[in-house]
Design a protein around this ligand. Sequence first.
Ligand code: 5RP
Length: 255
Amino acid sequence: MANRHWPARVAEVTIRLSLTDHGLSLTQDDLKRAVAAAAIAHVPAGCVVGVGTGSTANCFIAELAGIRTRVAGAVASSEESARRLEQAGIEVLDLNGVDDIPVYVDGADEITRELAMIKGGGGALTREKIVAAVARKFVCIADQSKLVDVLGRYPLPVEVIPIARSFVARELVKLGGSPVWREGFVTDNGNVILDVRNLNIVAPADLESTLNQVPGVVTNGLFARRGADVLLLGTSDGVRTFTRADRHGSPPRSG
Ligand code: 5RP
């Protein structure tokens, strides 16, 4: 599933939340819980679920606990999510023993209507990218603050082998970026993170490839070559669903 450019056609529907129908205002946490609940409909019975990292993914883990007997287990994108899944009574499986993940559910730091994302605010970008690459369907769950026209207001996380930190930072400056070392943070893979501002991300798939060519970069937080297939966006009007058109060009789905 990796290394493919995605067509831009995306269908959209909105399901109104009952709370808004009753005139109550929703918090950001309400919106995260709403999209997490909506994601359960994308989890086929008996499957291994890919589970992301972050506060929105944590809401999904709480929802998944309610159907734990209907899933075969989960592959986690971080040690933190693995711990939460185990606490929820869901078996955590080693990705090396799993060859099919029908669905991966995760949040994002930013997402466009073309379903390209910036991820890695929580520092789990590399494992997220690996699990997403194995998954047949990527369902992104996000509140409305994450939807952007152009990626890049959020600093782009880049995971780097520790000895390459300064070299990679200099290379990022040459590309127009302003990298900042996330001091004191070590990824689950034992690496460091550079958060990069001021990159011009008009062609996210190209920049994703370019950054990954820099020696010492493990991966970067652009998820454009393998974007999301579905976005469940929590808004004050309800959960809006954006669905990517089939990659072979069939008409967009509307559910
Ligand atoms: C972690 C991620 C998260 O998906 C991203 O940071 C969004 O997190 P949250 O749901 O807490 O806003 O990429 O590495």
